[in-house]
Write a new protein. Structure first.
Length: 311
């Protein structure tokens, strides 16, 4: 089915939805305030969808939603704060409206110094655990039969992941810390989570896929780099990296294009199914990551019971 998709490396988020009427459909997109998240939200709304745009704070979400149009509604969701994640999930649950798709897009990268919270390193917390908690709280809102979940991963990160995939004995960085290694671990965790979630919700007919968006400039992902690497990346971006509108194409395709209906459990790049890391075929690794993620959330006693228990 995927071979018939008429899009490739140069496709944009708008192009993959051309002619598709999304009126009456509802989506949630994290990291809506800039880059891939903003372009995804904008493309969905331009085709008639109602979009809940989640960002670290309302101060970040509100301007982006205004810019994307009246069909977009802002919600604060700080993925580094599990109380904020629970509050965001409660806000969406209180609406009692089904979601046609969730795009787990937000992320941070290359924190120069070790930061921890809830007993885990911050990139792992924001990129994986925060999304794990949010999606666990929203799963019962996703339409059975046609619902979709898209989780943004990335080759550049996965290439730097540890050889064994997830350092379960060093999730807090206590043994050692390298920014790229921990970023890579978090991006591999995104793709492993998508694999395991696909297996668990398959009986409901919900499609779950992960995405490599490609090297993309004009995003907030690299804001933690020091000045010289940031300047070098900016220069490289002008020559070799794709704009966010193109970087957002694959996740937008998976969120709303009928051509990919029913495809689940895959890793995508350039609007095509891709191989990804060989570790994505390790079902036990994915299952263990799920169990450990549940344990991290369950230890935060102030969360509502439905979220502590995860999915």
């Amino acid at each position: 089915m995927a071979k018939s998709i008429p899009f490739g490396v140069r496709a944009t988020a708008d192009q993959v939805l051309a002619g598709i009427d999304l009126t009456g459909k509802r989506f949630a997109v994290t990291g809506c305030n800039s880059g891939l998240g903003f372009e995804t939200m904008s493309a969905l709304a331009a085709n008639g969808a109602q979009v809940i745009g989640l960002a670290r704070s309302l101060e970040r979400a509100e301007p982006a939603c205004r810019k994307a149009g009246p069909l977009c509604n802002p919600v604060a969701c700080d993925l580094a704060d599990l109380d904020s994640v629970a509050a965001a999930a409660d806000t969406l649950r209180s609406l009692q409206d089904p979601l046609d798709a969730i795009v787990a897009n937000a992320g941070i990268a290359y924190l120069p110094t070790l930061q921890t919270r809830y007993g885990v390193e911050m990139q792992f917390l924001v990129n994986h655990v925060g999304h794990f908690a949010l999606l666990s709280g929203l799963l019962d809102l996703v339409r059975s039969g046609t619902g979709r979940i898209v989780i943004v991963s990335g080759n550049a990160g996965i290439e730097h992941a540890p050889p064994d995939g997830i350092m379960f004995n060093n999730l807090d960085g206590g043994r050692f810390y390298k920014p790229a290694t921990f970023y890579g671990q978090s991006k591999l965790a995104n793709a492993l989570f998508a694999k395991e979630l696909s297996r668990r919700v398959g009986s409901r007919g919900i499609a779950v896929n992960s995405v490599h968006p490609g090297a993309t400039h004009s995003t907030g992902l690299y804001e933690n780099l020091s000045l010289m690497p940031k300047l070098a990346l900016s220069a490289a971006g002008r020559l070799f990296m794709r704009p966010a509108q193109r970087g957002a194409a694959t996740q937008t395709l998976l969120a709303a294009n009928p051509a990919v209906a029913g495809i689940s459990g895959e890793y995508w790049s350039n609007c095509r199914i891709a191989a990804g890391s060989h570790l994505l075929q390790d079902a036990e690794l994915a299952a263990r990551l799920w169990r450990v993620s549940e344990q991290v959330i369950a230890q935060h006693a102030s969360l509502p019971a439905w979220l502590r228990q995860a999915a």
